[in-house]
Design a protein around this ligand. Structure first.
Ligand SMILES: [Zn+2]
Length: 92
C-alpha cells in the first residue's frame, strides 16, 4: 500500500524539489529523500514506524531485488539527485 506522504512533503532549500525528511534506519540521521518514487534508480524504502515517524531504509542489493520484485515504492536519496548536493554536505 503506498504511503501517504502528503503531510511530510517539504521543499528542498537548495533546489526547490519536493522531498521528505526521514530518519535513516541504519544511522538514525535525518536524510532528505525524493518525494516522487523512482522504481528504476530508487534504493530507499520509506516506512512509518510505530511512533508515526517517517523512517528511511537504504536497501542492500539482495533486499533491493526482493523489494523491486514485490513492487515496493522505492525512492532515491535526495543527495543523489539534488543539483546542489554539495550544499547539503557542507551543512553537516
Ligand atoms: Zn535539492
Amino acid at each position: 500500500m503506498p504511503l501517504d506522504l502528503t503531510r511530510h512533503r517539504k521543499d528542498c532549500r537548495s533546489c526547490g524539489a519536493s522531498i521528505v525528511m526521514a530518519a535513516s534506519t541504519s544511522t538514525g540521521n535525518t536524510m532528505p529523500v525524493d518525494y516522487t518514487p523512482d522504481p528504476q534508480r530508487g534504493t530507499v524504502l520509506l516506512q512509518v514506524n510505530s511512533k508515526g515517524a517517517l523512517v528511511a531504509g537504504v536497501l542492500t542489493r539482495t533486499k533491493l531485488a526482493a523489494a523491486r520484485a514485490a513492487g515496493a515504492e522505492l525512492r532515491t536519496a535526495h543527495h543523489a539527485t539534488c543539483p546542489h548536493a554539495d550544499q547539503h554536505r557542507r551543512k553537516r
